[in-house]
Ligand binder design. Sequence first.
Ligand code: PLP
Length: 371
Amino acid sequence: MVNCTECVINELNEMRGIMYPNLTINLEKIQDNTEKVTGICREHGIYVTAVTKCAGGNPDVARAFLAGGAKSLGDSRIRNLQDLDDIGGEKWLIRIPMISEAEDTVRYADLSLNSEYEVLKELNREALKQKKRHDVILMADHGDLREGWFDEEGFYRDLKKISGLDALRVRGVGTNSNCAGAIIPEPSSFDKLERMYIRTREIFGDDCSIFSGGNSGAYYMVENGTIPKFVNNLRFGELLLFGNETSYGKKYPFLHSDVFRLDAEIVELKEKPSLPIGKHGKDAFGKEPVFEDRGIRRRAICALGKQDITPEDIVPLEPGARIVTASSDHLIVDVSDCQRPLKVGDIMGFRCNYVSALRASTSDYVNKTTV
Ligand SMILES: *Cc1c(COP(=O)(O)O)cnc(C)c1O
């Protein structure tokens, strides 16, 4: 007997004419992860800004975050925030804005993270022009050395100037870690930041009530209860989408790690030697790869490449399959040990980590399906 639900799904898939490579994003799992994380954070007085940049600002992902209890949405790109324009929730631009995008920042972001007086001055000018108020969080740097005021005195001098920008509302202070300098945030990293936050509050009063303490790398301090009390916001992407924190790479079994699945189509399937033949030069990316002699192997070429993913950052779901290498558009997979009788035209699935999901999500050449 034919299962009707399956019939409908198959028909729908065919009608939709799914194109490969295809990235499937599971929204239920995202919502479930968000519910669990926001629940735990709430007990610590912390609300969560969910970061959509890894999903290329996908509006369905944003809705799943909000349904799961995220208070606001953050993305690094204005274009992504534009796509989220008709979705509820406060939108944060989490990459410090370019002066050249001041107009769109005021238009599409409710709040932006900032670290330069010159940029704030432009945002203020734009806000006056658009007759809008624009909210900002001032970034402070404790040592990861990406964005933010590092020098305390310089920060206090700029605060006075910023207080003259009437169309801006300073909502708080924030910090970032685990990025440019690969620095793990620790409770002691926050001493200087607390002083900077207190001083900012003295100037801007009750409007200034957010301390945004970092990204998925700060979650371990929530878990072990050492997160400083004044931290009341965290900005999470990876934790919600992959179920792991980023300071120690700890995976949380209560969170889903299989939100993303990438499917690609086999375009060639042949037995070939595992060692290239002839004089050795450089590969398509100017590298000199080394191959292991494993004899004659059955190799599948999938229509997927470094333009869409990085081969080190995907794992075949097909039991026995092993990635050999990739060029811009061809992924070579050793399928000699696979049980399933594969043929040209078959689809192979892959699990993605953060890097590959980011590439695939933001590639125009990868189809996206949400379920
Ligand atoms: C990307 C980013 C985040 C989210 O980082 P995850 O590691 O994915 O949690 C938070 N804040 C800023 C400023 C970012 O650039």
